[in-house]
Design a protein around this ligand. Structure first.
Ligand SMILES: Nc1ncnc2c1ncn2[C@@H]1O[C@H](COP(=O)(O)OP(=O)(O)O)[C@@H](O)[C@H]1O
Ligand SMILES: [Mg+2]
Length: 366
């Protein structure tokens, strides 16, 4: 029998696996509510360590370090979904881990994720499992000669992905990925990309943020705008899809669901691209744009606390500061009302997310 989750009160310590900017912003949000954070990650010098009360630098396979970490914290969460399943299971025997192992199992692998979604009657791009180079040509033919090859695991910011228009190129891409299991996806002719971000509490309560719209540059999220320019009924459906997924995973915490909006003869149709079992870059606007940021909401959810208001304060534009764009920090500081966030990364590199800036165009209030 599973032990009930402990009562978490201010002063408790939240264990966070991963030390990037998402972990950093989780720790900052927790600190405001009197929660301490203890960060666990393999590399020192990552941004979350700077703002947390405790830290462990160790491999995810280091059982002695994992035991000490579990003993030092009250509840455990993570800022990225590629935590080894064995690590999550090992920790879950010692402390509650939220979101639970089921969420990791269904979202770490694109093939498992798509089958899970289709079983829920949630539409995805058409896909074929690619376990060998020979599987590419027939799959490509069934998709009218074009598709996107993606590794099943460990992809992010477009890494481990290639647009394929002939089988030979596909086989070369498959080889360049190291012949690891992959999927081929049908290309979705989307009009927009949106995300639905919501949180599910330990009691099953669910609150969603307004649906936001994402633009990418070089496969990296560049801008998020809220609200998305979609019909109210489409926005409502997007929120319902996120809730349906969270319920099916018996999920606790913030979940983000990336979707494509396809405009067809039947109007706006939604196709789910991927699920992030964590806070998400496209939700950064909630820090300055709502009373309860996605980071605070996540800390509330995993602590068994009431979820907060997700009401949007106005029209919002969030721009990522990628690589050299972060050098504009002084100029942004001079801009009235621009909310600057820097992640404290020591070195600027091309394609590296260094910070973001949010602009809130407030609604008139009485
Ligand atoms: N099946 C698809 N059809 C059209 N565009 C796609 C498809 N899959 C991915 N893309 C584009 O590539 C981007 C990155 O793909 P995604 O699956 O979200 O991987 P990542 O893990 O890198 O975010 C998407 O945001 C979208 O712009
Ligand atoms: Mg994505």
């Amino acid at each position: 029998v599973k032990k009930p989750d402990p009562v978490i009160e201010p002063g408790a310590t939240i264990g966070i696996l991963g030390a990037g900017q998402l972990g950093r912003m989780l720790a900052l949000a927790g600190a405001r509510l009197g929660l301490k954070s203890h960060i666990y990650a393999p590399d020192a010098g990552e941004p979350a360590f700077d703002v947390a009360a405790g830290g462990t630098v160790a491999a995810y396979e280091d059982e002695a370090a994992l035991v000490r970490f579990a003993e030092a914290v009250d509840v455990i969460t993570y800022e990225f979904e590629n935590i080894p399943a064995a690590t999550a299971a090992f920790l879950a025997e010692r402390r509650p881990v939220h979101p639970g192992p089921l969420a990791l199992e269904k979202t770490q692998d694109r093939l498992i994720e798509k089958r899970f979604l289709n079983d829920l009657d949630v539409a995805t791009a058409g896909f074929a499992a690619i376990d060998s180079a020979e599987a590419i040509a027939p799959a490509l033919t069934s998709f009218s000669g074009a598709g996107i090859l993606k590794t099943r695991r460990f992809g992010y910011d477009g890494k481990g992905q290639a647009m394929i228009r002939d089988a030979a190129k596909g086989e070369a891409a498959f080889a360049s990925f190291g012949k690891v299991p992959a999927i081929l996806e049908r290309i979705v002719p989307f009009a927009r990309e949106i995300s639905a971000i919501g949180a599910r509490g330990r009691d099953g309560s669910f609150r969603a943020y307004d649906i936001c719209e994402n633009s990418h540059a070089n496969h990296i999220l560049s801008r998020t705008e809220a609200p998305a320019a979609i019909k109210p009924a489409t926005a409502q459906r997007a929120g319902e899809i996120a809730k349906c997924i969270a319920d099916a995973l018996d999920y606790v915490g913030v979940i983000a669901v990336e979707m494509f909006v396809v405009v067809g003869t039947k109007g706006e149709e939604l196709i789910v691209n991927e699920i992030a079992p964590r806070v998400h870059n496209s939700g950064h606007w909630t820090i300055d744009g709502t009373a309860t940021s996605q980071f605070e909401q996540h800390m509330r959810a995993i602590s068994g606390w009431p979820l907060g208001s997700t009401e949007r304060r106005g029209r919002i534009v969030m721009d990522n500061l990628i690589g050299d764009e972060a050098l504009r920090w002084r100029e942004i500081l001079q801009e009235e009302g621009a909310c600057l966030h820097l992640y404290g990364k020591s070195e600027i590199r091309d394609g590296r997310k260094m910070g973001h800036v949010t602009r809130v165009y407030m609604k008139e209030t009485g």
